[in-house]
Design a protein around this ligand. Structure first.
Ligand SMILES: [Zn+2]
Length: 375
């Protein structure tokens, strides 16, 4: 490791998720390499990875067009560390970011950190996720096991029909945009499967796409980075999104809270917001076990959809409803992937696991909206 690189890393020695202020680079010639670099344009610097691979535009789009998993780590000898791939992709797209602490422009230089012009520093994790929280967050009930279960369920194809609809709607919307590369943000990406499915599906039909996932949960984002390298995975707070204005063509918001003012700020004027909310019969077979007949009276997405329409102009509304046959071995992951079992006695969970549930319903509403001023 070079002396310069070692010093850069030492500046950001804190655990991922925390930020620090770097020394005043202008006052010390030793840190000149961290100062504003006239060689960095809006699209960020061209790094060694791009030079070595002859890539001087958007590596994510290039990958998508070649119809292989865009995140497949590949380098000399066929291997590339996830952190190196993440650094390369983020460096190419550092113009998307703004500092969550001060709002300044950010750049990723030779170190594994995004650094703003006021020298706030945010680190990449070993798995390649970037931690952009302005404040530490309390741990939630959304723990690692829950995201691992969600990953297993997603990989089983449980949401395949829903993924097809998302792909179709995004494809339709993207025919109206002139963007060569569709930038998709999944706000509340969890373990990343829904975004990864969309990026893969868009790539298979020849569309250029950049996928960016954001979630408050470090556990979820770490799994996403582990499973789907090559996309940008951020631990960040939706209320203080670390992105500049109008950077995204599509914002996905799946089973996750919204912040409509932030969505409006970071979405391109011609972009779409796609929110997916559970319907009345979503996982009804499981809810029946946990909540009895009360589940029908306590579950409605009407309020959520009304709230959506107050901030964004709905242009499409689809209900997706289908029944999945499930293997008994899949039931455990299904139960653990949702908050349904929270606060439930262990005996009730065991009862559910031993119940005769052989099929489970997916019932969701997909609402697509545009910024009101762009209608
Ligand atoms: Zn800053």
């Amino acid at each position: 490791m070079s002396k310069r690189k070692r010093k850069s890393r030492n500046l950001c020695h804190q655990a991922p998720g925390k930020s620090t202020v770097l020394p005043d680079v202008s006052a010390n010639p030793q840190w000149k390499h961290l100062a504003g670099n006239p060689g960095m344009d809006r699209n960020g610097p061209i790094g060694p990875f791009h030079e070595a691979h002859g890539i001087n535009d958007d590596p994510m789009c290039r990958h998508a067009e070649s119809n292989r998993w865009p995140g497949a780590p590949k380098g000399r000898g066929g291997h590339m560390k996830k952190i190196d791939l993440a650094r390369s992709v983020i460096r190419s797209h550092s113009h998307l970011f703004m500092c969550p602490l001060c709002g300044a422009t950010m750049n990723m230089n030779g170190s594994n950190s995004l650094i703003c012009s006021n020298r706030h520093c945010f680190d990449l994790s070993r798995s390649g996720s970037i931690h952009l929280l302005s404040n530490p967050v309390k741990r939630t009930k959304y723990d690692k096991q829950m995201f691992e279960s969600r990953l297993a369920v997603n990989k089983s194809g449980f949401f395949a029909n829903m993924a097809e609809t998302i792909h179709h709607l995004v494809s339709c919307a993207s025919t109206n945009t002139n963007a060569k590369c569709i930038r998709v943000l999944d706000a509340g990406c969890g373990e990343g499967s829904h975004l990864a499915d969309l990026v893969k599906n868009l790539g298979s039909t020849g569309s250029g796409v950049l996928g960016v996932g954001m979630d408050l949960s470090k556990d979820g984002v770490r799994i996403a980075a582990r499973e789907y390298p090559g996309l940008i995975w951020c631990v960040a707070d939706l209320a203080r999104s670390p992105f500049k204005d109008q950077q995204f063509d599509v914002i996905l918001n799946i089973f996750s809270p919204s912040n409509y003012s932030e969505f409006a700020r970071i979405l391109h004027d011609d972009g779409i917001l796609m929110k997916i909310v559970p319907g009345r019969d979503y996982l009804k077979e499981l809810r029946r076990v946990f909540h009895g007949q009360a589940h029908k009276q306590t579950y409605s997405n009407e309020q959520v959809l009304t709230h959506f329409s107050k901030h964004f102009q709905p242009v499409k509304n689809r209900q997706i409803k289908y029944v999945n046959r499930i293997d008994p071995s899949e039931l455990k992951d299904l139960i653990h992937m949702t908050p349904l079992s929270w606060g439930t006695k262990e005996e009730n969970i065991q009862k559910a696991l031993q119940s005769d549930i052989f099929s489970v319903t997916v019932d969701v509403t997909v609402v697509v909206g545009k910024k009101s001023r762009s209608i």
